[in-house]
Write a protein that binds this ligand. Structure first.
Ligand SMILES: [Fe+2]
Length: 167
């Protein structure tokens, strides 16, 4: 194995975390569809495949490094969002959490002089920066638009904005 047991365990946990993220975004997408918000639904749905790609990126790296991947239980996402505003905030908070996870993984790789894993993780560092900017922009747009999550023109506006972002 081309990495320590510790790094392999942490990468394995990240595999689980990426798949959990894809489930979370799928649930968010479904909740939007249930509210008749197909633009917001498409936005969250586009993240489902992205998170699965993240999972596979780590799995492929582990396979190449002769590390064993053990799939773990994926908890059902909590789906008690009060509105689209609430959902966007919780997506932003979730990305913050993932950024922290990637940062601590990167720190661990560096602490062990595992420069190969450190190098692989640079892609994720850049990706998390993009995700934070994207969700940060959505939060900002909501604030600027004075969007409260109530139905009406602002809701249509928000749904169209998110549809555009999904493309
Ligand atoms: Fe991810």
């Amino acid at each position: 194995m081309l990495m320590s047991e510790n790094i392999a365990d942490k990468l394995n946990d990240q595999v689980t975390s990426e798949l959990a993220a894809s489930q979370l975004y799928l649930q968010m997408s479904l909740a939007c569809e249930a509210m008749g918000l197909s633009g917001a639904g498409a936005f969250f749905r586009s993240h489902v495949a992205e998170e699965i790609q993240h999972r596979d990126r780590i799995i492929d790296y582990m396979i190449e490094s002769d590390a064993v991947v053990n799939l773990q239980t994926i908890p059902a996402p909590e789906a008690n969002w009060k509105s689209l505003v609430d959902m966007v905030h919780s997506a932003y908070d979730h990305e913050k959490k993932v950024t922290d996870q990637i940062n601590s993984l990167t720190k661990a790789a560096l602490a062990e002089d595992d420069f190969s894993t450190f190098n692989m993780l640079q892609w994720f560092v850049a990706e998390q920066r993009e995700e934070m900017m994207l969700f940060g922009d959505v939060v900002e747009f909501m604030n600027v638009a004075g969007f409260t999550g109530d139905t009406g023109d602002q809701m249509v506006n928000m749904d169209n904005y998110l549809r555009k972002l999904s493309k």
